[in-house]
Design a protein around this ligand. Structure first.
Ligand SMILES: Nc1ncnc2c1ncn2[C@@H]1O[C@H](COP(=O)(O)OP(=O)(O)O)[C@@H](O)[C@H]1O
Ligand SMILES: C=C(OP(=O)(O)O)C(=O)O
Ligand SMILES: [Ca+2]
Ligand SMILES: [Mn+2]
Length: 688
């Protein structure tokens, strides 16, 4: 017979043995600790959570609200949100209530009423009477709960990420983007052939805005994010994102969230480079310190994301049920008919492509990282060419994977997070991205095992464009604050599915400008059988979908900055080798990494070079860790005639694309313009 420590008999032979209590007059004691300070279960539950309201970032240390009370601050905040949601239906903003409609209501605001009132528990359908619940700057944990409880298709994966679906649209819709044309933008922006700016009038914008706002106001609750763009404290922008989905709120939180975390300042590299970066940081950054947390005031720019709701195709200028509308005068963007999260970040990027050049700051569609000695590299490239993959480098500090600014002080990241493609992601090849997929990370459109919740990164059932969005500090060697000195290397990435561009070439300034303006990449046409022919894409400044001014404006700024700071340009083909798509193979990622290493270290600058025909590119004869025979693409093609034909074909496409730019001048005199025109492919080189 045995008894455990609590005196409970465990003898199998006497299953009905009595529980023997010890001493104390027959009362059973669990002596593991003091009893809880609660009389009821409800009281117990109320002990579980401490009250803390989400705080808002303050613009500037001594804001206008520095002396107001907490109540007054919250009232002003709700009033500002109510004003954001103003619609014609009411003639005013809605009554805005803080908190989840399912939970306890904190306070109410209306543009006309400033006193606190109780929200009705049953919402009335009449939109001019109902309350709008606002879930303001929720934390990732709160957003997880919202997503899992209320958004179908949201799950926690085995590593703790939030997996969700973006619906019918799993990529951007550039053909559905519209920009309001008015007296100012008519002259300032790039319109017409090749431009991403498809016009819409102010009235139509208001029709779509009303549609989005009415939709948002009709919901039980909306999510509001107030946050900053840009790590350059002098050029940061306050943005507000109003959305219907917790996943959108978490995505934006990750991409540019305010973290009141002092410990991030203690980053090693920040201390080391603090002298060089003096102009930049002082003790401020994009993400305000706890002391800075106060009142956000009026946002500089607002996004209304009503992505679940379509636009009305009877509306003028609408050609589909999706519309992404930008109004620079009103500082607003409306999203209808697409839930792809990238639309929000790239929409804000467009805004920066307008605002920053006005301040003589160049906006860059590029990744950016920095070596231990402070050498900064930019990685330009269209979607899928390797900006995120190659800027995330275990031996270097990550400044950002996608959107940057280059000012007189150096570079700064616009965002606070990364948005990595994760199709075929492998732990071995991309360990830092792999490890970043954990609690807090949004996984968009991936497929996972129903039971184990392990993600199958090879599964393209939903889309090939599967994505992970995580805060930049999930990358172990992120450089916080995300700023750096002037770039030393400017790497242009092209995924050449024709397989005729060399894995790496060193560019002259004129060649860099030629390739920057061309913005070439060629991806495989599709995954269906029989489609073997790659399609060439030319996208000016490696981001035509986001630029707002004429490409030559950005090109002139890049040329000036590269010249002034002595940066070297490189063209890196992350695409095919040994033949076009179908016969050759994609260049192995470890080889591309070796090439990039040689650029960073400076060793490639001193290599021996020879010139290629047609494109006139300088290619090195050897690079450590890379088989020399692959450095000249001709060597890797078995069929030399096919190589030459493909080379000429691609050169012809470049030439044709560049015709649009031949009448534009770049820089102060014509010298650079002439050099740029001469830096393209030259057909005379070729012996037939
Ligand atoms: N040689 C290579 N260089 C860069 N990326 C490669 C290479 N081979 C395969 N890839 C894959 O191509 C994709 C590049 O995508 P990504 O880095 O997200 O591009 P971007 O950020 O420019 O949109 C990744 O999935 C990466 O694993
Ligand atoms: C988010 C995007 O950027 P990228 O593919 O360049 O990472 C996108 O193009 O939708
Ligand atoms: Ca990008
Ligand atoms: Mn990317």
């Amino acid at each position: 017979m045995a008894a455990n420590g609590n005196g409970v008999s465990t003898t199998p032979k006497s299953p009905l043995a009595r529980i023997q209590t010890q001493k104390n007059g027959g009362i059973c004691h669990d002596d593991s600790g003091k009893p809880v300070k609660a009389q009821t279960i409800d009281e117990l539950h109320s002990l579980q959570r401490k009250r803390s309201a989400p705080t808002t970032p303050l613009d500037g240390v001594q804001g206008a609200f520095a002396t107001i009370s907490e109540d007054e601050r919250q009232r002003q905040q709700l009033q500002s949100i109510s004003a954001s949601l103003a619609s014609l239906t009411r003639g005013t903003g809605p009554k805005v209530v803080r908190g989840d409609p399912a939970g306890k209501v904190q306070s109410v605001s209306h543009v006309a009423h400033h006193h606190h009132i109780e929200a009705p528990t049953i919402s009335v359908s009449d939109s001019s009477l109902k309350f709008t619940h606002v879930l303001y700057n929720l934390s990732p944990a709160e957003l997880y709960e919202q997503a899992i409880k209320y958004e179908k298709g949201s799950f926690i994966t085995s590593t703790g990420a939030l997996a969700t679906l973006s619906g019918a649209k799993t990529g951007r819709s550039p053909r559905d983007k519209r920009v309001v044309i008015d007296d100012t933008t008519q002259d300032e922006l790039w319109w017409g052939k090749g431009s991403p700016n498809i016009e819409m009038d102010e009235h139509t914008f208001m029709v779509n805005r009303e549609r989005a706002v009415d939709y948002l106001n009709s919901l039980d609750k909306v999510f509001v994010n107030d946050q900053f763009l840009n790590w350059d404290p002098q050029n940061r922008i306050k943005v507000r994102i109003v959305s219907a989905r917790a996943y959108h709120s978490l995505f934006m939180h990750n991409m540019s969230k305010p973290i009141p975390d002092k410990s991030l300042y203690r980053c090693r590299i920040y201390v080391k480079l603090s002298v060089q970066l003096d102009n930049w940081v002082g003790d401020r950054c994009i993400r305000p310190t706890p002391e800075e947390l106060e009142n956000f005031g009026t946002p500089d720019f607002t996004i209304y994301n009503a992505g679940q709701f379509p636009c009305n195709r009877y509306t003028h200028y609408m050609t589909s049920s999706t519309s992404i509308d930008l109004n620079l005068a009103r500082r607003e963007m409306v999203i209808l008919g697409t839930q792809y999260a990238g639309e929000m970040k790239k929409g804000l990027f467009s805004v920066m492509h307008y605002l920053m050049p006005m301040r003589q700051i160049l906006s860059l569609h590029s990744g950016c990282n920095m070596g231990k000695d402070g050498d900064v590299a930019l990685f330009f490239g269209l979607s899928g060419t390797g900006k995120t993959t190659l800027s995330t480098d275990h031996n270097r500090y990550l400044i950002g994977d996608d959107e940057h600014c280059w000012s007189d002080n150096g570079v700064s990241n616009i965002e606070g997070g990364c948005y990595a493609k994760c199709i075929d992601l492998s732990r071995e090849k991309e360990p830092d991205i792999w490890n970043a997929i954990k609690f807090g990370t949004v996984l968009e459109n991936v497929v996972f095992d129903e039971h184990t919740r392990e993600v199958d990164y090879g599964d393209k059932s939903v889309t090939e464009n599967t994505r992970a969005a995580y805060p930049i500090e999930y990358i172990p060697n992120a450089k916080i604050p995300c700023v750096g000195p002037h770039p030393k290397n400017v790497i242009l990435l092209a995924c050449d599915a024709f397989g005729v561009l060399p894995p790496v070439s060193k560019l002259s300034l004129a060649q860099t400008m030629y390739h920057f303006i061309s913005g070439y990449t060629a991806l495989v046409a599709g995954t269906e059988d029989g489609i073997k022919e790659p399609t060439a894409t030319f996208s000016a400044c490696f981001g035509a979908a986001f630029i707002m001014l004429h490409p030559t404006k950005y090109a002139a700024m890049l040329a000036e900055k590269m010249q002034k700071h002595g940066a070297t340009g490189w063209l890196v083909n992350t695409g095919w080798s040994g033949g076009s798509y179908g016969s050759g193979n994609r260049i192995k990622l470890p080889y591309t990494r070796k090439i990039i290493d040689a650029i960073h270290s400076g060793s490639l600058l001193n290599a021996t070079y020879h010139k290629t025909e047609v494109f006139g590119l300088d290619i090195p004869t050897e690079i450590e860790g890379v088989p020399s025979e692959i450095l000249h693409p001709e060597n890797t093609w078995a069929d030399k005639k096919a190589y030459k034909e493909t080379l000429l074909k691609l050169a012809g496409l470049f030439k044709k694309n560049f015709e649009t730019f031949t009448n534009y001048k770049i820089g102060k005199d014509n010298k650079l313009t002439e050099e740029i025109l001469a830096a393209g492919p030259n057909f005379q080189f070729l012996e037939q």
